[in-house]
Design a protein. Structure first.
Length: 269
């Protein structure tokens, strides 16, 4: 199976402007596809911007809303799968509930998976969003099993291990990581990739947005603990290879999952 070339879009786009963010996405998708990428990963809340305040309800939309349709058209136009973050209104059960979500759209425009952030961070998120209840959401792409998390979720090792046990090969983590937590991007994410034997695409916002200063430092971490590509602090489009051969070899050499003793961990709750 050939490697999946994966593009990481480190950008805050045009906060507050869905049309502006779709234009940024369209341009990045064209560049990524032109460089041979089969998947483009965008940051947390990329469709709208992150620091929205009381504009969250106005900009939220269902998973099959107009933003999703626009992203699908971009994916089809450039022949590339896209993972993007957005505020999701529950269009089926309770329209008052809004989730911090990420959706994966295939190159043919079909929606493959939608994930709702399970661990909300800080006052802003807890004020406006409802936590999701499904920690493991997956989809198949290019022969790989992809999983989705959002930002703070990856800082809980139990979360990532659940994905490992479910067979996730590449964990997509759109994020809005801010100052002063750069150690998460620099140290924690590569450790998560190694201890759970998977690739992790960690894709951040950048620059000042409202009260938040986003640090960039997006990366593609490999199961051998190496960081294959790493961004700086500014706008950047990274390209990295997710290699199934390296994944298999690393899992054979590092049998964490086989050596687990789950009976000892019951006290963790």
């Amino acid at each position: 199976m050939p490697p999946l070339r994966t593009a990481l879009l480190q950008s805050s786009g045009r906060p507050g402007s869905v049309a502006g963010n779709l234009a940024v996405l369209d341009e990045a998708a064209g560049r990524a596809a032109g460089a041979g990428a089969g998947l483009l990963v965008c940051p947390e809340m990329f469709l709208t911007g992150y620091a929205l305040g009381d504009a969250v309800p106005r900009l939220a939309e269902p998973a099959d809303g107009p933003g999703a349709a626009a992203v699908a058209r971009i994916a089809v136009r450039h022949g590339i799968a896209v993972l993007y973050g957005y505020p999701e209104r529950d269009g089926e059960r309770d329209s008052r509930k809004i989730y911090n979500s990420a959706q994966l759209v295939a190159a043919d425009g079909n929606r493959l998976a939608n994930y709702r952030k399970t661990h909300l961070f800080g006052r802003f998120e807890r004020e406006w969003f409802t936590p999701g209840e499904h920690p493991v959401v997956q989809a198949e792409l290019a022969g790989l099993r992809l999983g989705i998390m959002i930002c703070y979720d990856v800082e809980f090792p139990e979360n990532v291990r659940a994905h490992a046990l479910a067979g996730t090969d590449l964990l997509l983590v759109p994020t809005a990581q801010m100052h002063p937590f750069r150690f998460v991007a620099e140290s924690m994410v590569p450790v998560r990739a190694f201890e759970s034997q998977m690739y992790v695409a960690y894709v951040n916002r950048t620059g000042q947005e409202g009260e938040f200063e986003f640090i960039g430092l997006s990366c593609l971490a490999a199961p051998d603990g190496a960081t294959r590509v790493r961004a700086g602090h500014g706008e950047e489009l990274l390209l990295g290879e997710v290699d199934p051969g390296l994944l298999s070899a690393s899992r054979a050499a590092n049998p964490y999952l086989a050596d687990r003793r789950p009976g000892l961990y019951g006290a963790l709750g």
